[in-house]
Write a protein that binds this ligand. Structure first.
Ligand code: 13P
Ligand code: SF4
Length: 307
């Protein structure tokens, strides 16, 4: 089948089944192009909570589809490839949180949304990269915090808020490659460019990077807003390559320099048009979080959405 035939069939089944397609900025360009909504983790959570569709086809990795199922338990959530995982989400087990809680019964567990439903169920509040500072600042100063599972995002929050926290030692295998050296080298090549850095990146807590007047820290949708509204012409993009597609579409005359062309998120790239059509046609790969677990995992997400 040709690409345009896949697209026609996807549109047909979408209409027939009253389905909505949500896609993260890191999936393949052709998959982003057939989505009803493209966004970062927070934006996608909001979209999942608001949709009136009967079926959500979640083009992303497992924890994102799980989150959509927790937020919208009455909807059918489908994932085109149910083996699409995340190194960060897989870096921590419930036992790691239970142990910390035993030693810190009054402490607060803040979990990044890149976690499994089990981890969310043991957490007090969730956050995403776009609201993490706000969430941590909303926790009373006397409370001890355990931030899980991303060490780079945790250290970034520690620096920005001045808040001491226990931080789990997990990382994203994509962003953890983006260290200070690679950013400094690229900025020497493009001295006029703004540098947009995802806080999951290894360099995000380095004072050297924080001292650069052209370095900005954003979630993927924050980056999108910056490039759309800036008068600058060049941008060094320190995150997964998928974001460039939408940036170029909205800003054809600006230049986007990827920090690395060798660091795609292989899990996100598992989602293809063929698999989107397959899941719509067959309804194979439903992501359904069991009711009791879903109710517990919903509480920290709800607290996050309220903040
Ligand atoms: P955001 O979508 O919050 O920018 O996070 C990026 C990411 O790594 C998602 O897997
Ligand atoms: Fe997970 Fe990193 Fe891929 Fe995001 S980019 S899904 S954090 S492995």
């Amino acid at each position: 089948m040709q690409q345009n035939e896949f697209i026609t069939e996807i549109q047909r089944f979408k209409k027939e089944k009253n389905a909505v397609i949500l896609a993260h900025y890191y999936v393949r360009p052709e998959v982003q192009d057939i989505a009803d909504y493209i966004g970062d983790s927070l934006g996608l959570s909001h979209a999942a909570s608001k949709t009136e569709a009967d079926i959500i086809v979640f083009c992303g990795v497992n924890f994102m589809a799980e989150t959509a199922s927790i937020i919208s338990p009455l909807k059918k959530v489908l994932i085109p490839d149910n083996t699409a995982g995340c190194s960060l989400a897989e870096s921590i087990e419930p036992q790691d949180i239970i142990r910390w809680k035993q030693n810190n019964p009054d402490g607060v567990v803040v979990s990044y949304v890149n976690t499994t439903a089990e981890i969310k169920a043991y957490s007090d509040i969730c956050c995403t990269s776009s609201n993490a500072l706000k969430i941590v600042n909303s926790i009373p100063a006397e409370k001890k915090i355990f931030f899980v599972p991303d060490t780079n995002l945790g250290n970034y929050i520690r620096i920005k808020t001045g808040r001491e926290m226990d931080i789990w030692d997990g990382d994203c295998c994509v962003h953890n490659r983006f260290d200070t050296k690679i950013v400094l080298d690229k900025s020497l090549e493009y001295p006029q460019a703004d540098i947009l850095i995802h806080p999951e990146s290894k360099c995000s807590s380095d004072p050297v990077i924080h001292s650069m007047s052209n370095a900005y820290f954003y979630s993927t949708s924050g980056m999108m807003k910056h490039v759309n509204s800036s008068h600058k012409r060049e941008f060094i993009i320190v995150t997964e390559e998928g974001v460039i597609h939408e940036m170029k579409k909205n800003n054809p005359h600006k230049e986007f320099i990827l920090i690395s062309t060798k660091a795609p998120c292989r899990q996100m790239k598992k989602v293809t048009l063929e698999k989107v059509l397959h899941t719509l046609q067959t309804e194979e790969f439903e992501v359904k979080v069991p009711a009791e677990l879903s109710e517990r995992a919903w509480l920290p997400i709800k607290r996050m959405l309220e903040v």
